[in-house]
Design a protein around this ligand. Structure first.
Ligand code: LRH
Ligand code: MN
Ligand code: MN
Length: 388
């Protein structure tokens, strides 16, 4: 039998990090639909993230993306966040929007371009120092579009050299988390295309280097939960970038396209002790809300992660293990499906009430009047930088 009070305690302890860029205007290659009331600067993004935390009680951290969130005084930005009960989460580097990076950044053939990329990554570590952020999140758009365009092995060498320099700059409590992506913007080959490549670089770098699993970055049909189980077993799962996809890197709300996949992933997290604070797995959203209201969409996403987490925690692991060791195929599968098919919404309402929160976070947000206030006050919101 699953211990309900332990499930509740784990749900109360879970922390979900929200992305600053999820609050700003964004779009596709075809159109950015501007919304009213969106933040005009990083401070206003933090204000919106604070609304999500107030409504859900489990979103106390916000990831920054540099240069989208560049400010003059990062310590002041972190203090502003703290005053609102938030902390700065991962600092995301951006080596994909500068003309100099047309043929890549840290893997570029030209040492001057590589230098510029590494200097940016080092600046991100300075920002971590100023804000108290623990994680440097690296994603590289590096790759090629045409066979023969550049030397695949040479690019790995240059990537490794850049990573080593940045890794050496990290403080004792800081980590480098390395994200992979199968394709896009490069289409022939990507320099960090999969978890194996990321993992191999992390192993060489040292224990402060971990892999980021962005759920939208795989080939269709990839068994992401296997990757999660493997990385947890090796203690190299640093973080999730959660989102949903139907086709490519869609960046839709997590748990919307395939809630069963999200459950399977979080079941591996639960089974392999990945929710324990000591494992330091960061549960981050990486999403853009192009056609739906942004703050409510982030709240909905947080709730989707909570619902999948609750179901994963409800899996009766003793029953599962005995069915597995007895070779009871249907019995083992039924244990998982029973948990997945449980309606956990009443449980989560109860958890929120015990935390002194409104049981319905979306209604709680609507009741604040924040949306009307920002629509009236904020004129001329900025783009997230994404889809610009
Ligand atoms: C790349 C990515 C990466 C970026 C973010 C905006 O597709 O997932 O995490 O930093 O999108
Ligand atoms: Mn991502
Ligand atoms: Mn992505």
């Amino acid at each position: 039998m699953t211990d309900l009070s332990a499930v509740k305690a784990a749900l109360k302890a879970q922390e979900i990090e929200t992305p600053s860029w999820g609050y700003g205007n964004s779009g596709t290659r075809f159109k950015v639909f501007a919304q009213e009331g969106v933040p005009r600067d990083p401070y206003e993004k933090i204000e919106d993230a604070a609304q999500v935390h107030a409504a859900t009680g489990v979103a106390p951290r916000v990831s920054l993306h540099i240069p989208w969130d560049r400010v003059d005084d990062f310590a002041a930005l972190a203090a502003f966040a703290r005053e609102r009960g938030l902390q700065v989460g991962a600092v995301n580097s951006n080596t994909f929007q500068d003309d100099d990076f047309r043929l890549g950044s840290v893997a570029h053939a030209d040492p001057k371009v590589r230098r510029k990329a590494v200097e940016h990554l080092l600046e991100c570590v300075d920002i971590m120092d100023a804000t108290g952020s623990r994680d440097l999140k690296l994603w590289f758009a590096d790759g090629t579009n045409y066979p023969g365009q550049d030397d695949i092995t040479g690019r790995q060498d240059r990537l490794a050299e850049a990573l080593a320099e940045v890794y050496a700059r990290l403080g004792d409590e800081q980590r480098m988390i390395l994200e992979y992506k199968l394709f896009e913007p490069a289409f022939y080959h990507t320099d960090v295309p999969d978890w194996g490549t990321s993992y191999a670089h992390c192993l060489k770098l040292g224990p402060k280097a971990k892999v980021v699993v962005d759920t939208g970055h795989h080939a269709p049909g990839t068994n992401i939960e296997f990757i999660v189980a493997f990385l947890l077993r090796e203690d190299r799962l640093g973080a999730f970038d959660f989102n949903s996809r139907f086709y490519a890197d869609d960046d839709l709300m997590v748990g919307s396209a395939d809630p069963f996949q999200l459950f399977r992933i979080l079941h591996e997290v639960a089974k392999n002790d990945g929710f324990a604070p000591g494992r330091q797995v960061a549960f981050m959203l990486d999403q853009c809300h192009n056609i739906e209201g942004k703050i409510p969409a982030v709240i909905r996403s947080v709730m989707n992660v909570q619902e999948a987490t609750a179901k994963a925690l409800l899996v009766d692991l003793d029953a599962l293990r005995s069915a597995q060791s007895a070779g009871d195929v249907l019995g083992a599968n039924a244990v998982l499906m029973d948990a997945y098919n449980t309606d956990v919404r009443p449980l989560l309402r109860e958890v929120r009430q015990e935390q002194g929160l409104d049981p319905d976070p979306l209604a709680a947000y609507r009741a604040t009047g924040w949306q009307q206030r920002i629509v009236a006050d904020r004129v001329g919101g900025t783009q997230a930088g994404w889809g610009a």
